[in-house]
Design a binder for this molecule. Structure first.
Ligand SMILES: *Cc1c(COP(=O)(O)O)cnc(C)c1O
Length: 196
């Protein structure tokens, strides 16, 4: 019997690098994973596999770190402020694929814009030619799967409303809910760690 692999369910699995050591990363690469996700600039700067991988920044990006890392990544999953847009515009060389992070679970500690700010946000960032919006990202509720399900359903319908390409949603605890709601990218660490 073949081993459980999230790749068998979805091609655009972003491996959350923070959960793995170097040997495990190589093993994931050998298993076929090509999308790696970072939430720390230091992890990113030390990371070298080959030119066929995509590097995703999935965590909160401080504006003072932008200059250092912005030309080393292929996707940013956490765009949520004008200030960050301005910083990217200033330092990025070619257009960067970005997901706008939307907070759909009303947790005040969580980053992301609210649903009623989304239309204006999309309009306001049209002027930045270094930002290429590819979709929307959200993070589920840490312990309420019903709220998470609602959030993922909403994210998918927002994607359609605004005619965007992708959603980024689902982590180890809720990736199946994400796939049931047509996730395009899921971001997995812990669950993969268990099986390699
Ligand atoms: C760490 C992280 C993940 C993966 O989390 P797991 O629970 O280990 O799968 C996904 N998204 C973001 C933004 C993360 O920081």
């Amino acid at each position: 019997m073949s081993k459980f692999r999230i790749l068998d369910y979805i091609n655009q699995t972003v491996v959350a690098v923070k959960r793995f050591n170097e040997g495990e990363i190589l093993k994931l690469y050998e298993l076929g994973y090509r999308n790696f996700g970072f939430n720390r600039d230091s992890d990113l700067l030390n990371f070298n596999l080959d030119n066929n991988i995509n590097k995703h920044f999935i965590g909160y990006l401080q504006t003072n770190k932008v200059k250092k890392i912005i030309n080393q990544i292929d996707f940013l999953h956490s765009l949520s402020t004008q200030r960050l847009c301005q910083e990217i515009q200033k330092h990025r060389i070619d257009p960067l694929n970005c997901f706008i992070q939307v907070n759909l679970t009303n947790e005040s500690t969580k980053n992301g814009i609210s649903i009623n700010e989304l239309a204006d946000f999309l309009l306001n960032i049209k002027k930045y030619d270094k930002i290429n919006i590819v979709g929307l990202m959200t993070i589920g509720h840490p312990d309420d799967l019903e709220l998470t399900k609602e959030a993922f359903k909403t994210l998918n319908s927002l994607k359609e409303t605004y005619d965007l390409n992708y959603t980024s949603m689902g982590m180890s605890s809720d990736w199946e809910i994400a796939i049931n709601n047509k996730a395009d990218f899921i971001r997995i660490g812990t669950k993969l760690k268990e099986v390699i």
